[in-house]
Design a protein around this ligand. Structure first.
Ligand code: GDP
Ligand code: MN
Length: 381
């Protein structure tokens, strides 16, 4: 789960990271009032779950409260990477001498949190990673011992020469690590970590992603969820207890089991297609899940064909067949559907489908090829 910059900053502030004061606004007038309160220049920042806001025009300096109102009016309602801005953060401005990058990600290869720091931070960090990787220090952390002070110093010295700045940076590394571990994060990032002309080290931006599996034991983090900032189909799927991830392709996949869902997506690609989603209806026998799955998939205009791939075990294929019939009676399909099912109650399922005008096969390769061809607007092989 992604959270907004202002929420990530609250978490980091609580761990002692120095961050300029800020408040959120949903109208230009509120932004103006906050700017008045801060009594000077402010930065108005779009709150969306996307990076690169600066380059997209979603981060703007305002010299007066009137200007803050004007700028907020422009940023609110703006689209950044397909996401609408409903909230801005109005924050006291900081003078910048240099910008560094500090981040922790959970690295699956080493199965450790890995610090990544670079003195060349700011809005071009991706460029730095691609062209001058030697400017980035990576340090895996053993979670049995946590970040040790000598490691925090090493990270600090990679960023700065001056001991005063190194000390401030090292302290911030310790706080960032605490925030990362306490909150079950999969990513925690400060970019830029700036040095002011007076030599103060401050975090001006923050990004934290929470591992979804941690949310059950962190209701206070689940409460930070902003559904208006999330992909609508993913919100619907979560509320319907389906595991769903929207992808870029046009073959809508409904599958039971995560492993089979992965194998199905692989096969769609193998036969030259692109999956429109990952969707796991789970192992239970519940026609309602099928109805919800079809609703979510058909709501996506980029889906050109639907592929059901069900391996009946605990999941009864007749339940899935009933779900398909119920869902399509209520909302007749306007795109082709290909059904592959095999396993528990297969005979009954095939009869239910045949009685309702659907054909189904038990061959996975055949079904996937057919769905890929139909999505391309061609005839089924
Ligand atoms: P991002 O583009 O989504 O990563 O948004 P950031 O919050 O990182 O802002 C982008 C850039 O705006 C930063 O790298 C800074 O150069 C600049 N910026 C952000 N806040 C301030 C500030 O308080 N003062 C100044 N001078 N620049 C800022
Ligand atoms: Mn940033």
């Amino acid at each position: 789960m992604n959270i907004h910059e202002f929420q990530a900053k609250d978490i980091l502030r609580a761990e002692g990271v120095p961050i300029p004061a800020g408040e959120i606004a949903t109208t230009p007038e509120q932004a103006e009032a906050i700017a008045k309160k801060f009594g000077g220049m402010v930065v108005v920042k779009a709150q969306v779950h996307a990076g690169g806001r600066g380059k997209a025009g979603g981060v703007k300096l305002a010299k007066t409260p009137e200007e803050a109102k004007e700028v907020a009016g422009k940023i609110l309602g703006m689209q950044i990477k397909g996401l609408t801005v409903y909230t801005v953060l109005v924050t006291a401005v900081a003078d910048i001498a240099t910008e560094a990058y500090v981040g922790i990600i959970l690295d699956r290869a080493t199965r450790k949190p890995v610090f990544m720091v670079s003195p060349a931070g700011g809005i071009d960090i991706e460029e730095v990673a691609a062209t001058t990787p030697e400017k980035i220090l990576k340090m895996p952390i053993d979670t049995r011992y946590g970040l040790q002070p000598y490691q925090a110093s090493e990270l600090g010295f990679f960023l700065f020469d001056d001991i005063k700045k190194v000390r401030q940076a090292s302290k911030i590394m310790m706080s960032l690590y605490q925030a990362f571990m306490k909150n079950g994060a999969s990513l925690a990032e400060i970019n830029p970590l700036v040095v002011t002309p007076a030599g103060e080290v401050l975090a001006l931006d923050a990004k934290i992603s929470i591992d979804d599996n941690e949310l059950d034991r962190h209701p206070e983090l689940e409460a930070l969820r902003d559904e208006t900032a999330e992909e609508p189909s993913e919100v619907d799927a979560r509320n319907s207890h389906l595991t769903f991830i929207k992808l870029e392709g046009d073959v809508g996949c409904v599958v039971n089991g995560a492993g089979l869902a992965m194998a199905t997506m692989d096969l769609v690609k193998y036969y030259g297609g692109e999956p429109a989603n990952f969707l796991d209806i789970g192992g239970s026998s519940n026609p309602e899940k099928v109805v919800n799955a079809l609703r979510i998939i058909t709501a996506d205009p980029s889906v050109k064909a639907i592929l059901f791939n069900i391996f009946g075990g605990i999941t009864r294929t007749d339940d899935v067949a009933n779900g398909i019939v119920t869902a399509t009676k209520a909302n007749p399909l306007t795109i082709p559907i290909v059904i592959r099912l095999t396993g528990t109650n297969e005979e009954i399922a095939l009869k239910i489908l045949a009685d309702n005008g659907f054909s189904a096969s038990s061959d996975m390769d055949e079904a996937v090829q057919k769905a890929v061809a139909l999505a391309k607007g061609g005839k089924a092989a």
